[in-house]
Design a protein around this ligand. Sequence first.
Ligand code: NAD
Length: 276
Amino acid sequence: SKVPPITLNNGVEMPQLGFGVWQVPDDEAERAVATALEAGYRSIDTAAIYGNEEGTGRAIAASGIPREELFVTTKLWNSDQGYDATLRAFDASLEKLGLEFVDLYLIHWPLPAKGQFVDTYKAFEKLYADGRARAIGVSNFLPEHLERLIEATSVIPAVNQIELHPHLQQHAVREYHAEQGIATEAWSPLGQGKGLLEVPAIVAIAQKHGRTPAQVVLRWHIQTGNVVIPKSVTPSRIQENIDVFGFSLDAEDIAAISALNEDRRLGPDPATFDVA
Ligand code: NAD
């Protein structure tokens, strides 16, 4: 494969770069995922709430790629938290994807005020024990939520998928992950393609290497140890975003990008986000 794997805390290998499909309508997702699989992506990141598990599943089936070469992630939506509801929601996701198992199942948001993420995760542990999810984890968990979860359950999450890009570098969360053996997966790794890709320091590094700003940002993630799941529906960008394993940033580049941290979120604060 074009993309090297990282090894999760249960021994399962996950490609360090995958393809995200948030905000891509179902029929378009089928096309985009097909393009990504042709370009060499083997990891796909979807979620029940994205409404494109079916299109994603159709593209996977049509690709003819052996199941064991793929790494499929989906996520449990907020309104389905709780033990029994989680088991039902998981069945529905698998059905839509047309798969017999997923590689990674994530709790999409902690919803701390609802107080259900421990029960939800106990259902995840059952799905893991039954072999229907090869790895289980969470998304948007703050260290305080991870602490509570780890105290009350027995399988340490394999992954925490969080908003992470040069303007929000998440040092404290990454440090906690390292202590616990949790892989850090970056969502909106390109900062949603907004101002970040025009930041002069990033443009200058891109010129220096004969690469694009998006490739420089993705390369920064790879060298920082993050799993990344950039999204695009444009074939040339889908190609460009996976073509980040043929060059390296030097220490000076890394330092310049590390200096861009502003602790600034584009998305909601996990401590208060409670949309069902
Ligand atoms: P992203 O940072 O991947 O940015 C995507 C946008 O950047 C594209 O829509 C496009 O406008 C632009 N772009 C992409 N490639 C480019 C290129 N090569 N050159 C110039 N511009 C380019 O943002 P995202 O979609 O928010 O995040 C990626 C994935 O993370 C999502 O698709 C989803 O799978 C996941 N995600 C998860 C959560 C969560 O709560 N767990 C939240 C948001 C996103």
